[in-house]
Design a binder for this molecule. Structure first.
Ligand SMILES: [Cu+2]
Ligand SMILES: [Zn+2]
Length: 229
């Protein structure tokens, strides 16, 4: 071996070694990052309130300002109000507050279906929001935004739901999609026809809204009011 070749070999070897050290360093870093993320997950599970306090910025809130569908036939309930969402990044379950007014009072105790629909398009009122948001190609009532039936009291719905399937994070986030309030009860897929497995035969779309980010305060205000009821 001449000295030139030896030098080349030596340089190559040194380069290789420095590469190994770099790789070790970066995998060390990756392990540390993973450990850090795991710790956060454990904290969120074991001490949700501390986690909320420490990682406030990681909570996401969303609102949906409900208005009656455009071109709604005369005599139909004019439903207004708000649906609020809260979720901890990235692993927590979604919570929702339904704060709605305008349902008939008195003897009309009809259940009303509420779902998340595919589009946030209100160009033709609630009729342009598409079908149920169905990212996993499953039957109704297993869509992430199948909230079931609501029974208004004195014309109002004031409900908190927890442990919901829909999410505000990632590719399946429901932000920019819509919430639709229906005239009829949801048959929960038991209607024995195709429409039942698609949308629960919930009837006309009374009111709807588009889901968008909001501040924590809006959620907290509605939550405090809910606790007083
Ligand atoms: Cu619907
Ligand atoms: Zn559905």
């Amino acid at each position: 071996m001449n000295s030139g070749m030896f030098l080349l070999l030596l340089t190559g070897l040194t380069l290789c070694m420095s590469d190994v050290t770099k790789q070790e360093e970066s995998s060390d870093l990756a392990i540390k990052e993973t450990q850090g993320q795991l710790n956060l997950v454990w904290m969120a599970i074991l001490y949700p309130h501390i986690y909320e306090h420490l990682y406030e910025g990681n909570w996401t809130y969303a609102t949906c300002e409900v208005t009656p569908s455009a071109h709604l036939e005369a005599g139909k309930p004019q439903v207004t109000g708000r649906v609020l969402f809260k979720q901890i990044y990235p692993h927590g379950k979604l919570e929702a507050i339904f704060y709605l007014d305008g349902f008939p009072t008195g003897t009309d105790l009809n259940g009303r279906a509420i779902h998340i629909h595919q589009f946030g398009d209100l160009s033709r009122g609630c009729d342009s929001t598409g079908g149920h948001y169905n990212p996993f190609q499953v039957y109704h009532p297993h869509h992430p935004g199948d909230f079931g039936n609501f029974y208004p009291k004195d014309g109002q719905i004031r409900t908190l739901m927890t442990n919901l399937q829909a999410t505000l994070f990632g590719a399946q986030a429901v932000l920019g999609r819509s919430v639709v309030i229906h005239e009829n009860e949801d048959d929960m897929g038991k209607g024995n026809n195709a429409a039942s497995l698609e949308s629960g035969n919930s009837g006309k779309r009374l009111a709807c809204c588009v889901i968008g980010y909001c501040k924590k305060e809006l959620w907290e205000k509605a939550y405090a009011e809910l606790l007083q009821i």
